[in-house]
Write a protein that binds this ligand. Structure first.
Ligand code: GUN
Ligand code: FE
Length: 410
């Protein structure tokens, strides 16, 4: 397939490339050329669009999709009041399938092609998410949330069951298709036993598996961790000493954090998913972006729905800038962390994250009126501030589009 369009692709946090009126040739799943001429004169005309890499959401809770926007004073209150109850509903298979369908319809319609996902602590809920992701043809890294202590009876599992089911899901689904992988998902230290965390760390290291969890999102959460794990110096050290940290570990939030803890994150090559909309919503605090940037720790953006109010990574990009009081986030920077930066923290920057020859054709096409008059900077700025208003004309994952959706009507 050959598509005539205008390509905007990230290069680094400070640089993007804009190429007008080019022809992208897709062969099977990959981009095989981007040129000024069509190889055979035939093409699909998307020349009223900008083509960007499919957006990457590095931390999102599928089972919370229906309970966005539930106001609360803070994280722990919000979890107790709304979230745990909402996750319980995914115990029912038909509910779990329906919410997964609605979730993936919404991510695709928002231009997101890769998501790193927590599902509820029920095996079937995670199975359903994988089945629907496979059926849709989206790229996803999915895990069953693990919680084996200090949590409501209706969600808590025994350590053995939680481990056994997670390993079964890993064995069944990890790399079951080129688009799907598993992520071990101990929710956060307050609801995980030492045994659970240690076993997850050991298994993931041996099997080169992803791990995701939450770290230092909220002051009361940190106090709770200090009380539950008094023998450790810090929240980060709890994860370090249980073998949770490593290059395939994605830590959500990381707001209230010492230099010593940042050093541990850096030295273990762990990654950070920054969730600015969620941090605003739950008044969790300001992400120390400049400090983290200066350490060289790899990070990317994430929606954290349902504490994030929107699945749109354009909304997240805007919030990334708005949430910083004293640092001006550039449009290039925001764009990078929603695309190539996300691919990088997943170790997938060789296959996704930019529109380049040899990469998988994960592409999002947005209609831009008067695109001929735009330059790179005006277009990037428009995407950062007005991205949620743009019409998405088409989305591709690995060279395949989603004919079920009528994007024009969206
Ligand atoms: N910390 C532990 N669980 C959660 C969750 O579901 N959402 C957020 N934002 N933080 C958490
Ligand atoms: Fe989260």
């Amino acid at each position: 397939m050959i598509i005539k369009t205008n390509v905007l692709s990230p290069i680094s946090p400070h640089e993007a490339e804009f190429r007008k009126n080019v022809f992208i040739t897709i062969n099977q799943t990959k981009i095989i050329s981007i040129s000024k001429e069509s190889a055979n004169g035939d093409f699909e005309d998307f020349s009223d669009c900008v083509c960007i890499p499919g957006l990457i959401d590095t931390h999102v809770h599928l089972s919370q999709f229906y309970v966005r926007g539930k106001h609360s004073s803070d994280l722990l209150d919000w979890l107790q009041k709304y979230i745990f109850q909402a996750e319980l509903k995914s115990k029912d298979e038909s509910y779990a399938r329906k919410i997964a369908e609605d979730f993936f319809s919404a991510t695709v319609k928002a231009g997101t092609t890769t998501a790193v996902i927590y599902t509820a602590p029920f095996k079937q809920a995670c199975e359903s998410a994988f089945e629907i992701a496979k059926d849709f043809g989206v790229r996803a890294i999915i895990g069953k949330t693990m919680m084996d202590c200090n949590s409501p009876d209706f969600l808590r599992e025994s350590t053995e069951k939680s481990l056994k089911e997670s390993i079964e899901l890993f064995e069944k689904w990890n790399k079951s298709t080129p688009l799907l992988e598993y992520v071990f998902s101990p929710r956060f230290a307050p609801v995980c036993s030492s045994k659970l965390m240690k076993s997850v760390g050991e298994f993931a290291r041996k099997n080169n598996a992803y791990i995701q969890t939450h770290l230092s999102e909220n002051p009361d959460e940190i106090k709770l961790v200090k009380k539950l794990f008094p023998q450790f110096d810090s929240y980060t050290e709890v994860y370090e000493k249980h073998g949770i940290l490593g290059e395939k570990t994605i830590l959500g939030h990381v707001i209230h954090i010492s230099e010593k803890e940042l050093n541990i994150i850096k030295n273990t090559n762990s990654k950070i998913a920054h969730c600015p909309d969620s941090n605003f919503f739950l008044k969790s605090g300001a992400f120390p972006y400049e400090r983290i940037k200066n350490t060289g720790i790899e990070m990317a953006l994430a929606s954290d729905v349902a504490a994030g109010t929107s699945l749109s990574m354009f909304n997240v990009m805007k919030m990334f800038n708005y949430r910083q009081d004293n640092y001006v986030v550039s449009p290039q920077e925001a764009f990078y962390y929603a695309t190539l930066g996300g691919a990088k923290i997943l170790g997938k920057d060789n296959i996704i994250g930019s529109v380049e020859i040899g990469k998988e054709a994960d592409l999002t096409f947005l209609k831009i009126p008067d695109i001929a008059e735009k330059n790179k900077d005006t277009l990037l700025s428009e995407l950062l501030y007005l991205g949620t208003e743009k019409k998405i004309k088409a989305v591709f994952v690995a060279g395949k589009t989603f004919p079920k959706f009528n994007f024009q009507k969206y």
